[in-house]
Design a protein. Structure first.
Length: 260
């Protein structure tokens, strides 16, 4: 089957990012803090809204998340230590530092019509295929890490919702270096894959789109180095569908981590 070149892939290897962390407290004039709020598809944060807000130290801020029809609120993620209840749609957060948080929603199905698989199935198969490549080079298999998975999903969703494709983070999104420990290293591969090759034409299977993504990475020097980096031991994959004109794309983010 002839494959059309309608997807982009880019890579970055962050080596030896010792001590890198996410947001640092005290980000505005007069001893106040910045609270950055985002949400996934399927709902929104109605109180205080979404974006970046300034609060005086010690302020108790109300948070209210509201799902759309057919969706349900799941939880709050990000810098959640100061949130009273991460599983409640209505809760509070104490402004004792600068934080970035996200409200997560889930629907009965986010799979576009005509496609026979969902985001989670793509995420899991990508990990399987990447581990097959690693093991063929006598490297250890990567284990899935919940934080890396959450960061990868956040970035794929952000790229779709904010109409861009790249390693940069949209305002309010956690950086790739979020919550890293001294001596850790992270890398990131991205892919944007069409779910069919021609219009009209049949949709590709789960196996076909995942093999397309991983083979594209293996044929690109930077991506290949991330996949075959011996120091990486953990990974997380995040996927989001994007309907763009007549095509539906898969935005795929894979994050790798290990100790350098």
């Amino acid at each position: 089957m002839k494959r059309i070149s309608t997807f982009l892939i880019v890579a970055v290897l962050l080596a030896g990012m010792a001590g890198c962390t996410g947001f640092i407290g005290g980000g505005c004039i007069g001893g106040c803090y910045i609270l950055s709020i985002t949400s996934t598809a399927g709902g929104s944060v109605v109180t205080p809204g979404e974006g970046a807000f300034n609060y005086a130290g010690g302020a108790l801020v109300s948070l209210v998340a509201e799902p759309e029809a057919g969706y349900e609120f799941i939880n709050w993620t990000g810098d959640v230590d100061a949130i009273a209840n991460v599983n409640a749609t209505s809760t509070t957060i104490t402004a004792s530092a600068s934080y970035s948080i996200r409200a997560n929603f889930s629907g009965n199905s986010t799979t576009p019509v005509g496609i026979s698989y969902n985001e989670t199935e793509v995420e899991q198969l990508i990990i399987v295929l990447v581990n097959i490549e690693r093991q063929s080079f006598n490297l250890s298999a990567l284990s899935e890490d919940p934080l890396l998975t959450d960061l990868a999903r956040e970035h794929s969703i952000s790229m779709v919702e904010n109409d861009f494709f790249g390693h940069e983070r949209y305002p309010g999104e956690r950086p790739l270096s979020y919550n890293m420990s001294p001596g850790d290293a992270r890398g990131e591969n991205l892919a944007k894959i069409p779910t069919r090759q021609t219009i009209p034409g049949p949709y590709l299977s789960l196996q076909e789109v995942c093999e397309w993504a991983v083979s594209g990475w293996m044929n690109s020097t930077g991506h290949r180095e991330n996949i075959l980096q011996p120091v990486f031991t953990e990974t997380g994959v995040g996927v989001s569908f994007s309907e763009e004109g007549l095509f539906t794309y898969l935005y795929i983010t894979q994050i790798f981590e290990g100790v350098y």
